[in-house]
Design a protein around this ligand. Structure first.
Ligand code: TXA
Ligand code: MG
Length: 344
């Protein structure tokens, strides 16, 4: 980014803890604009979910295929049930995990008032109550649901800091509320709630074990199998350098991202020096960005093994997508990423 455009971008940044900034963001939303919104998972690109023009602007700013639906961010159970039908399992999951990093895919109510593009014509709608004070303040000041995908160009690394939003989207966003680095660091768990089962559409910080325990239903993968490991992944969350998984070392021009105790690793380039999975999720995208910036011509990012259990499954899901073969044509990437649940 040039100095002038960095300066222009900075002028869109506000402190999320300033009540005047929340009011300004509310006005941006009311006139159909786009707000970079901190949540506990990643930053979102928020717009009025009931305004078709505003929702169209989200798709345009991200370069997102229009058949890929958006998550509606709500102030809690009461707002969620104006948009969606909640059965007992859904009520139990909301009660246990909201506000927090869990998105529920539920039957869409015909009288929701949502812009049609939000659900991309599906009979379901994705809802979540984010666990971040700034997000909560903006949704309650605005008084309605906010459609918000992650605030990155489609297919690229998700933003976990306000500066990442400006880096990726620049002047395509009207205002960015800075809420500090996201504590969670990876996108919400997405679960489809059926009458007899829960369908894990995207792994995240709420694990399938926790979902089963609270929902009292079996958790299955999208293709109906009981969850054991993440499935085949299309390229996504891609840094610029190629990514290679499950490596213990790297020699120049390659760079190693560590996990747990990796001897001789430069300081900072580890997801968690103590092997803590929550810490690894928190630092995942920022560390990938950092490694990307360090790598010279022809270098690759090697990533140390991450255990395939609990939150480790969600981290591995993101890394497997980052390491997946890159499409040669932009249209291929959009085609792959466009399936519901594929995370653009
Ligand atoms: O943590 C998060 O979920 C972040 C923050 C900003 O809330 N948001 C996020 O949104 O990751 P996005 O758009 O990057 O990913 C949402 C995913 C997409 O893969 C989309 O296909 C899926 O949710 N999705 C939305 N509505 C759906 C539906 N009705 N059925 C199935 N999948 C749905
Ligand atoms: Mg995304």
């Amino acid at each position: 980014m040039s100095k002038a455009s960095t300066k222009r971008s900075q002028s869109r940044l506000r402190s999320g803890s300033d009540p005047a900034a929340i009011r300004e963001a509310e006005q941006v939303l009311s006139r159909g604009g786009l707000v970079g919104l901190p949540t506990e998972t990643v930053y979102g690109l928020a717009a009025d979910a009931r305004n078709p023009r505003a929702v169209a602007a989200i798709f345009k700013a991200k370069g997102r295929p229009d058949h890929n639906p958006l998550i509606c961010h709500v102030s809690g159970r009461d707002m969620a049930t104006t948009l969606a039908e909640a059965n007992d399992a859904a009520e139990a999951l909301m009660g246990a995990f909201w506000p927090g990093p869990l998105t529920l895919v539920l039957p869409h109510r015909a009288d929701s008032g949502l812009a049609p593009a939000v659900t991309a014509g599906l009979p379901t709608v994705a809802v979540r109550q984010p666990g971040h004070d700034v997000a909560a303040a903006l949704i309650s000041t605005f008084g309605g649901p906010l459609a918000a995908p992650s605030a990155n160009p489609s297919g690229r690394l998700s933003p976990t800091r306000a500066a990442d939003v400006l880096d990726g989207l620049g002047n395509k966003v009207d205002l960015v509320l800075d809420g500090g680095p996201c504590t969670g660091g990876i996108e919400s768990t997405i679960v489809g709630v059926d009458h007899d089962r829960l369908v894990l559409l995207r792994p995240g910080l709420v694990t399938s074990g926790e979902l089963a325990a609270v929902g009292h239903l079996p958790v299955v993968s999208r293709d109906g199998d009981t969850i054991t490991a993440p499935g085949q992944a299309a390229s996504h969350y891609a840094p610029h350098a190629p990514v290679v998984l499950d490596r213990e070392s790297a020699s120049p021009p390659d760079v190693l991202i560590g996990f747990d105790d990796v001897p001789g690793l430069p300081e900072g380039l580890t997801l968690s020096p103590t092997g803590n999975l929550e810490e690894a999720a928190h630092s995942l995208f920022a560390t990938l960005r950092q490694a990307d910036g360090l790598i010279g011509e022809g270098g690759r990012i090697h990533v140390a093994p991450i255990p395939a259990s609990g939150i480790g499954l969600a981290i591995r899901d993101r890394l497997i997508r980052a390491a997946a073969p890159r499409p040669t044509e932009e249209t291929d990437r959009i085609g792959d990423a466009g399936k519901a649940g594929e995370n653009p």
